[in-house]
Design a protein around this ligand. Structure first.
Ligand code: HEM
Length: 404
C-alpha cells in the first residue's frame, strides 16, 4: 500500500508518497510492462541466452569465422533454440532441422519478414525486390510473378531452351578446363561466368559471349557487390558505425556497383520493349512487359522493381550456384573414388544425349552425390528472417526477434 505522508514546509503542505516494498515491486512491474509495450518487446518465456557475452562485441569473439559450426556446437549444450548477441544486436538462433521446420515451414507467415540489417536495407533500397523485403501484399505479388516465370522455365519450349543453354555452358567449362592441359588453374572465374550466363539467359533471354564488354563489366560489378555485402556485415551488428563515413566505404561500393548493374538491366528492358511480342515470352523481362500490360500488374511492378528483382537473381543465384559448383568440383577432386563412380554412371548415357534435368532419374548415385555435397558444404549455412509478431516456438512462447 502506498502511504501518504504529510510534511509541513513553511506555510505550504506537501504530500509525499512513500512506497512500501510490495508497492515498489508493483510499480516496477508496471514500468517493465509499459516499457515492453512501448518498445514492442514481448512478455513471456524467451529462449536461453548464451552466457559470457563480451561488452559491445557480444558473443562474436567466441563464434569465430564459422558461426554456423560454432552454433552447432553450442546447440549441444543450450538446445535447438537460443539467443545470441552479435555485436550490439540480439538474435534468436534456430539451430536444428526441427526448429527450422516448426518455424519457417509450419509457423506460417509470422516468420516471413527479413531482418532489419543495414546491408539488406542498403541493397534493396528499403525493401525493393523480394530477397530483402518484408512480407506484404506487394511482396506476395512480386513473389507470385517470379514463381510464374520460374514455372514458365519448368516446361515446354522455355525449359528445352534452358536445358540447351546449361548444356552449352557446361561444354564451354569443360573445354576451358581442358585447355590448361592438366596444369593447375583457378576455376572460380570460369565457373562464375558460366553460372551467371545461365541466369542471365533466363532474365534477358540470351547467352552472352565471354568477351562481351558489357557482360564483363557487369560480372565485375556483381563480384564487387558480393564482396562488399560481406564486408558491410560488420555494420549489421554494429549499426552505429555506419555514421562514420570512413567505415561505410563498403556501403558506398555496394550502391555504386548496384547502380551500374541496374543501368545494364535498364538498357536490356528498353531493348525488350522494342522487340516485345505478347505471344512469345522469351524471359523474365518479357514476362514483366506482359504482366504490366494490365493495370493490376502495373500496380506493384515497375521498371525499378524489375531491375531490383533481376539484380537479386543475378547476385543470389550466381553466388549460390557457383559456390555449390566449386565445392562440388573440389570434393570430387578430393574423393576420386566417388568421382569414378559418378563418372561410370554418367558414361552409361549416350554421349549425344543433350544435357537435361530429365536425365536425373537415370543417375541416382550422381543425384545423391549432389545432394550430399550441398549437405556437407551448404553454401548458405546461415540465413536471416524476422518474426513479424511474438510467436510460440517449442516451449518458448515469446520469440520475437531477428532470426538466424
Ligand atoms: C545451390 C543452389 C542454391 C542454394 C543452396 C540456394 C539457397 C537459398 C537460400 C537458403 C535462400 C533463403 C531462403 C529463405 O529465406 O526462405 C535463398 C533465397 C534466394 N535465392 Fe537461392 N539458392 C540457390 C540457387 C539459386 C538460384 C539459381 C537462384 C536464381 C536464379 C536463386 C535466387 C534466390 C533468390 C532471389 C532468393 C530470395 C528469395 C525470396 O525470398 O524471395 N537461388 N536461396
Amino acid at each position: 500500500m502506498i502511504q501518504p505522508k504529510t510534511v509541513t514546509a513553511g506555510i505550504t503542505e506537501r504530500v509525499f508518497l512513500t512506497p512500501e516494498p510490495t508497492s515498489l515491486v508493483l510499480i516496477l512491474a508496471t514500468l517493465v510492462l509499459m516499457l515492453r509495450y512501448l518498445t514492442g518487446r514481448p512478455l513471456g518465456k524467451m529462449p536461453p541466452v548464451l552466457p559470457n557475452a563480451w561488452p559491445v562485441l557480444g558473443h562474436l569473439p567466441s563464434l569465430g569465422l564459422r558461426a554456423d559450426l560454432a552454433f552447432q556446437k553450442l546447440g549441444k549444450k543450450y538446445g535447438d533454440i537460443f539467443q545470441a548477441q552479435l555485436g550490439t544486436r540480439n538474435v534468436v538462433v534456430l539451430n536444428s532441422y526441427q526448429a527450422l521446420k516448426d518455424g519457417y515451414i509450419d509457423g506460417g507467415d509470422a516468420y516471413n519478414d527479413r531482418p532489419d540489417f543495414y546491408s539488406y536495407q542498403l541493397f534493396s533500397d528499403g525493401g525493393k525486390g523480394t530477397a530483402f523485403a518484408d512480407d506484404s501484399p506487394a511482396f506476395r505479388k512480386k513473389r507470385q510473378f517470379i514463381m510464374k516465370v520460374f514455372h514458365h522455365f519448368g516446361g515446354g519450349k522455355a525449359h528445352e531452351q534452358l536445358d540447351m543453354n546449361i548444356g552449352e555452358e557446361a561444354r564451354k567449362l569443360v573445354t576451358l578446363s581442358k585447355s590448361f592441359n592438366g596444369k593447375p588453374f583457378d576455376i572460380q572465374p570460369y565457373v562464375t561466368v558460366t553460372t551467371l550466363n545461365i541466369i542471365c539467359s533466363m532474365v534477358f533471354g540470351k547467352l552472352h559471349d565471354y568477351d562481351d564488354e558489357d557482360f564483363g563489366r557487369v560480372m565485375k560489378n556483381l563480384d564487387n557487390v558480393t564482396k562488399n555485402m560481406i564486408n558491410v556485415g560488420v555494420l549489421n551488428v554494429f549499426p552505429f558505425l555506419r555514421h562514420i563515413p570512413a567505415i561505410d566505404t563498403s556501403g558506398r561500393e555496394i550502391l555504386d556497383n548496384k547502380r551500374k548493374i541496374m543501368s545494364f538491366v535498364n538498357q536490356r528492358i528498353e531493348e525488350h520493349r522494342a522487340t516485345f511480342d505478347p505471344d512469345s515470352t522469351r524471359d523474365l523481362v518479357d514476362a514483366y512487359l506482359k504482366e504490366t500490360q494490365t493495370s493490376a500488374g502495373r500496380s506493384e511492378l515497375t521498371d525499378d522493381e524489375l531491375a531490383h528483382i533481376a539484380v537479386e537473381l543475378m547476385v543470389a543465384g550466381n553466388d549460390a550456384s557457383s559456390y555449390a559448383l566449386q565445392w562440388g568440383i573440389l570434393i570430387m577432386a578430393l574423393h576420386p573414388e566417388i568421382q569414378e563412380k559418378v563418372q561410370r554412371e554418367i558414361d552409361v548415357i549416350d554421349p549425344s544425349t543433350p544435357v537435361s534435368i530429365s536425365l536425373r532419374q537415370h543417375l541416382p548415385y550422381t543425384h545423391a552425390t549432389t545432394l550430399e555435397i550441398l549437405r556437407f558444404r551448404p553454401v548458405t549455412p546461415i540465413n536471416g528472417r524476422k518474426t513479424k509478431r511474438p510467436v510460440k516456438l517449442s516451449e518458448f512462447n515469446s520469440c520475437y526477434e531477428n532470426l538466424l
